[in-house]
Design a protein around this ligand. Sequence first.
Ligand code: PMP
Length: 279
Amino acid sequence: AFYGDSFIDINDKVVPIDERGHQFGDGVYEYVKVYNGTPFLLDEHLERLEKSALNILLQLPYSRQEIKDFIQEGLRRSGLQNSDIYIQVTRGISPRNHLFPTNVPAQFAMTIRSGKVVPNEQRKQGISVMILEDERWANCFIKSLNLLPNLLAKQKAFEHGHGEAILSRDGYITEGSSSNVFAVKDGVLYTTPATNRILHGITRAAVIECASKLNIPFKEYDMSEDFLRHADEVFITSTSVEVLPVSKVESITLPDERPITTALAQAYSELYATNEAHA
Ligand code: PMP
């Protein structure tokens, strides 16, 4: 792990009481997957981190190149080929006050852990999802540390036996609690438009590119809850789950055949398998 300006042991107790990330969730984060020793779509993730920081008026303490150097050093120390990198930047350490502190440097933190993988069985079968009210704020394109509504939704879905909560605002699907949502109807691929209502997923963008390469018709579209329930295929995307099929929307079982989901999952996995070639 890394905190502030140095590498530390992941179990070290380092975060001061007055860390604003800790007290207010006053910060932003990224989550990057490493395949075969190379962070996948790293520039895209770091660009989003810069955009998130800018939008909460936070100045990143390190340049993109410095962050890349810390990542390389962290990967070397970890000895891992396939890992998950978590990066967060907060508004620093200062006695608790809602107003921004002045002349206090932002705090950078990073962990690198062994890569989590979705079990093959689940990937094949797909997950079941529950639609819940999107109770988040108006700026969901910012990857902010404030994840309480996401956690509450995910926990509720889990307690009802589902693998993900799909959030809905004013009757239209926004995204998952930690994923973006796609549906296929009559051969056309749909996903929620990239507005302030959703996180502009890096995986979402990569999958849209795969669809274009495969000549799959695609539309950004505000999907109603019923549109999702009556779709031919539904899947979620994120850095951690990649392209994951949805087999059930609440009590409604979706068709077993998922040709487009399968093709896109395959295309996405080919992208990261040739990761090194793009690095
Ligand atoms: N939406 C939300 C709310 C998320 O937390 C995530 C996961 N970071 C995503 C979408 C997917 O984004 P990405 O593909 O960049 O991981």
